[in-house]
Structures are given as structure tokens and as C-alpha cells.
Design a protein. Structure first.
Length: 245
């Protein structure tokens, strides 16, 4: 087994690699991409958690400092983000934006994953933003021998912000665009999404990538996006075992 690590790529210049030292505040949520993703998280959290206040119509895009503060405050009280510090929420926003909009970062991160996928690699398991990286890495490796792709807590299906920015670019008209299949006809792709996982905003990836994806919605508890909740689920284990059998 090999784990592809690329967390250091996203560390701010001059900072130690301890994640607890990330210096982000609400004022660091700056560009439109980060604010729109934050707003999407807010709406999803409010839809799945009655304790989270619904975003006001005027603030839906989190387009002002006040609405950014409101979104972060609302999310900090949700079940999903209850144990996640504000600076980590902001850091997550910046990681997604950085990967999808900075080609240097994208190439660096994706290269680490493609390097980890060898001729003997049969299963790739990818979580959260890692599922986007793994998808693009497999697409960049024609003829790879991977038999199974297991994506967990994946944001791959979020239109405009993620799906439409993928490389290779999805083909077809905007509403009916389809992402490239990341392997041969024998590749089995299983996507698992937690009911309350706001990062896995689109639970069913078949609309974006075709009917061959096996999609399931899981009960991942209060830590809905935690990789451990996914990796310990029976469906995840079954998908891995089937590919190795």
C-alpha cells in the first residue's frame, strides 16, 4: 500500500507544517470561488441540520464580509463542522480553490499521485479533494492497471465550482456534460457519500460521469466527512476486496 501525500503544497509560505498553526481568519475568504463554495456548504448544512440557520436570500453567495462571517458562524454550530476550527474551514476552501485554479499547484499535486500509481496498483481509494486529484491522475495515465476507484466524501459532482473545472474537460452541452471515464471498460468506480456530508454535496455522480458508477449514500454519523467513517463502512471494504480478489 502507498499513500500519496501533498499537504505541504498547500501550506502558506514560511509556516511550519503543523496544521494547528494555520493563520486564517474570516477576512481571508477573499475571492468569488471561495465564497461560493462556502455558501454551498452553508446551504447543504442548513438542509441537513435543523440547528443551522438558513442563509438569507441576499447573503446566499456569501458575497460580503458580513455574509462570510455569518456563514462561518452558522457552520461552526452545525453537527458537521462542530469540531473544526474556523481556520481549518478557511484552509479547506483555499485548498480546493488553489488546486482548481493554480496550474502549478495542480501539476505538483497530481504528479505525486500519478507517481504513486504503479503497474501493480489495482485499487485507488481517494477522499474529499483527493478524489478530484485521483480522478484526474487516472485520466492522465492511459493504460493504467487500476481495477477499482473508490471515492469517498467526494466533491466531484459540484457543477461550476468543481465538475466544470476538471481536466480533462467534461464533454457535451453544459447541462448534460459528461466527465471522461478514468480508465478502461473494466474499471469499477464506487462512490460513497455520507448523508450529512456537505463536501460530498452531489451524492449521485451518475449524472456527471455515466451509469457505470456504483453510488451509495451512507450514514457516517456526526463526523460525516471523516475518512474513518467511510473506510470502516462495509460497502467500502467490499469494493476494495472485490478488486483484489
Amino acid at each position: 500500500m502507498e499513500i500519496a501525500f501533498y499537504g505541504d503544497v498547500f501550506r502558506p509560505a514560511g509556516q511550519m507544517l503543523d496544521v494547528d498553526d494555520l493563520p486564517y481568519t474570516a477576512q481571508d475568504v477573499e475571492d468569488r470561488f471561495e465564497r461560493e463554495l462556502l455558501a454551498a456548504w452553508w446551504r447543504a448544512a442548513a438542509d441537513s441540520d435543523p440547528e443551522v440557520v438558513q442563509p438569507d436570500a441576499d447573503d446566499t453567495l456569501a458575497s460580503t464580509p458580513r455574509s462570510v462571517q455569518g456563514a462561518l458562524r452558522a457552520l461552526s454550530g452545525s453537527r458537521f463542522f462542530a469540531n473544526i476550527a474556523l481556520r481549518h474551514m478557511v484552509a479547506d476552501l483555499k485548498q480546493v480553490r488553489s488546486y482548481l485554479t493554480d496550474q502549478t499547484v495542480r501539476d505538483n499535486v497530481r504528479d505525486r499521485v500519478t507517481t504513486a500509481i504503479g503497474d501493480d496498483t489495482r485499487v485507488v481509494v481517494a477522499h474529499s479533494l483527493g478524489s478530484v486529484v485521483a480522478y484526474e491522475a487516472l485520466c492522465a495515465l492511459p493504460g493504467h492497471q487500476v481495477r477499482a476507484l473508490v471515492t469517498i466524501g467526494s466533491p466531484l459532482g459540484i457543477r461550476n465550482l468543481v465538475f466544470d473545472r476538471l481536466i480533462p474537460t467534461p464533454t457535451g452541452s453544459r447541462k448534460e456534460a459528461r466527465g471522461v471515464w478514468p480508465g478502461g471498460s473494466d474499471l469499477v468506480w464506487t462512490n460513497l457519500a455520507g448523508k450529512g456530508d456537505v463536501v460530498a454535496l452531489v451524492k449521485d455522480l451518475r449524472l456527471g460521469f455515466g451509469e457505470n458508477i456504483r453510488c451509495a449514500v451512507l450514514s457516517t454519523g456526526t463526523h460525516a466527512h471523516d475518512a474513518t467513517a467511510y473506510l470502516t463502512d462495509e460497502l467500502c471494504g467490499k469494493a476494495i476486496i472485490e478488486a483484489l480478489a
